[in-house]
Design a protein around this ligand. Structure first.
Ligand SMILES: O=C(O)CCC(=O)C(=O)O
Length: 280
């Protein structure tokens, strides 16, 4: 008996590789989260970027709490069972009327994780309509292993500017447009991407990557994750500290180590040296 999803939603996820939209945050919770992000941006002098896009759950308690949201974890548990690690959190912000896009890609190839059960939850903190550059997916592509070009295109938000080598126009494409406070969930092997933001508002999303505790990291010697539910009987990842306040020194020190490790992982075998902060 699923805890949050319907049996039909679980079947859809297994068969098509995604579920969207799902209601998660209330309007006031969403506004509060956005206000926290934008208050920090106002204080720090500009849009969040660089190394702060990844691992925000180590810098700000509100993201740590979002990562542990009970309804979200119930939905994740319905898909991967009760012992759950969260690998990372990543901000995906496209400024108003910006050309930033995310090339069509599958994530698993780059992450070094040994199983394809990982679930990415993407939460909208502002409108993620098609005009704003919502994510789209190729339904069912989580059963294929596709290869990528690495374009390093300046507007492609991915670490290496990845782009699938296939002709997407020949495929079925499904939009995962979201209202603020809604989320989508997709299997990390599902091909996905998103276009530019043509609206006058920012498109703000945060993605959280959940995995069963039995997952192993195969590409690098050290990796980290957050135990968000159940028990970790495997110890394959160093468990993150919880920030007790914004920029808690213990968690900030961990965030710095985590950033170095993520850079090493995501640029492994890359044609070009690390020029931009790694995200995914
Ligand atoms: O935000 C986007 O448009 C893409 C995000 C993404 O690639 C992901 O969450 O895996």
């Amino acid at each position: 008996m699923p805890k949050h999803l319907t049996a039909a939603q679980v079947d859809h996820y297994r068969d098509r590789g995604y579920i969207a939209p799902l209601d998660l945050l209330t309007a006031s919770e969403t506004a509060e989260a956005r206000a926290k992000l934008e208050a920090y941006e106002a204080r720090s002098g500009g849009p969040l970027g660089g190394a702060q896009r990844a691992g925000g759950h180590l810098l700000w308690p509100w993201i740590d709490e979002l990562m542990r949201h009970e309804t979200l974890l119930d939905a994740v548990e319905d898909l991967i069972g009760p012992d759950i690690l969260c690998w990372n959190s990543i901000f995906w912000i496209k400024e108003a009327n910006s050309p930033s896009y995310v090339g069509w890609h599958q994530d698993l190839e780059y992450w070094g994780l040994d199983n394809d059960e990982l679930v990415s939850a993407w939460i909208a903190l502002s409108p993620a309509s098609e005009a704003a550059g919502a994510m789209s997916v190729l339904p069912g592509s989580h059963r294929e292993l596709l290869s990528h070009d690495e374009t390093y295109h300046a507007d492609n938000m991915l670490t290496r500017g990845q782009e699938l080598k296939i002709d997407v126009s020949q495929r079925e494409v499904a939009s995962m447009a979201l209202e603020p406070g809604q989320m989508s969930m997709h299997n990390v092997r599902l091909a996905h991407g998103s276009g530019p933001n043509t609206t006058d508002d920012r498109r703000i999303g945060i993605s959280l990557q959940y995995m069963p505790t039995r997952t192993k990291q195969l590409l690098v010697d050290w990796d980290f994750a957050t135990l968000v539910r159940g028990t970790d009987d495997y110890g394959n990842f160093e468990l993150t500290p919880r920030p007790q306040s914004d920029f808690d020194p213990v968690a900030v020190e961990f965030h710095q180590r985590a950033g170095v490790a993520l850079r090493e992982l995501l640029y492994q075998g890359a044609e070009r040296p690390p020029e931009r902060a790694p995200t995914l």
